[in-house]
Design a protein around this ligand. Structure first.
Ligand code: KIV
Length: 285
């Protein structure tokens, strides 16, 4: 069992802020774990940042399992959380349970679903079975067609009510935390005060119990990122510079340099060996 458990995450509320990051493969998960992340999350955002899709709606259970296995192999300390993709839990509770089980068997410690109130029955069932669940409200990207795009949530009374209702339903059903995405900070603060489980914000301001960012956004892999992202590095720029240097050195012959290859010191010895090989091959033909 990994060091950070859902119980520890709950205990952190009000004491220590929770640091969560997405990761989708073995090397990134290894680095994230060594950097001391509390939660390493295989988000369905992989559809966009890894597979180049315009949204998350085409992500499959097979993709989530494939990436969860790679991340789970790398992580020793953090809680490994796997996202349930669009269509894998909404149709009926039994299918949701079956798919959550597949993610746990792939190595996840917990699963995340988008929504709250509408899925309270599923959350309760999973928790009773022993599968820890994180909910997700505010902007829920799997519903972006209905929401009319990726937009800030919580301006109207109806939206505030929906967000709070989701968070309360998740708490009551036994979820161990809830993500609040792209939500006005006042609303995120209200929810954080109203529920006993930790709130983890992304674009929801500072008055929450933790933060989550997407690996590619935080590291500056792409030029365009959501408006709430802080880029902690320009890794995309660094990779491009490195690749440009490599290409230039291949083109002008500077790579490989003398330290990157091996050759016979005794050229006569090599010539004799090569001669014999050439003769043998000539005879064979
Ligand atoms: O899939 C994802 O990366 C997410 C985060 C934005 C929380 O759901």
């Amino acid at each position: 069992m990994r060091e950070i458990t859902p119980r520890k995450i709950i205990e952190m509320k009000g004491k220590e802020r929770i640091a969560m990051i997405t990761a989708y493969d073995y090397p990134s998960a290894l680095i994230a774990d060594r950097a001391g992340m509390d939660i390493i999350f295989i988000g369905d955002s992989l559809g966009m940042v890894v597979y180049g899709e315009p949204n998350t709606l085409n992500v499959t259970m097979d993709q989530m399992i494939f990436h969860t296995k790679a991340v789970a192999k790398a992580v020793k300390r953090a809680l490994v959380l796997a996202d349930m993709p669009f269509g894998s839990y909404e149709i009926d509770t039994d299918e949701g349970v079956r798919n959550a089980v597949r993610l746990i068997q792939a190595g996840a410690d917990a699963v995340k679903i988008e929504g709250g109130y509408d899925h309270r029955k599923l959350v309760r069932k999973l928790v009773r079975m022993g599968i820890p669940v994180m909910g997700h409200t505010g902007l829920t990207p799997q519903r972006y067609l209905r929401l009319g795009g990726y937009r800030l949530m919580g301006e109207t009374e109806e939206e505030i009510e929906e967000i709070l209702r989701d968070a309360r339903a998740l708490e009551k059903a036994g979820a161990f935390a809830v993500v609040l995405e792209f939500t006005l900070a006042d609303v995120a603060k209200l929810v954080t005060e109203e529920v006993s489980i930790p709130t983890i914000g992304i674009g929801a301001g500072p008055y929450v119990d933790g933060q989550v960012l997407v690996w590619h956004d935080l590291l500056g892999i792409y030029e365009n990122t959501p408006p709430f992202v802080k880029k902690y590095a320009d890794i995309g720029g660094m990779i491009r510079l490195a690749l440009e240097s490599y290409r230039e050195e291949v083109k002008d012959g500077r790579f490989p340099a003398r330290e990157h290859y091996w050759e016979f010191l005794d050229k006569d010895d090599f010539r004799r060996k090569a001669q014999r090989v050439l003769e043998r091959l000539g005879e064979d033909e």
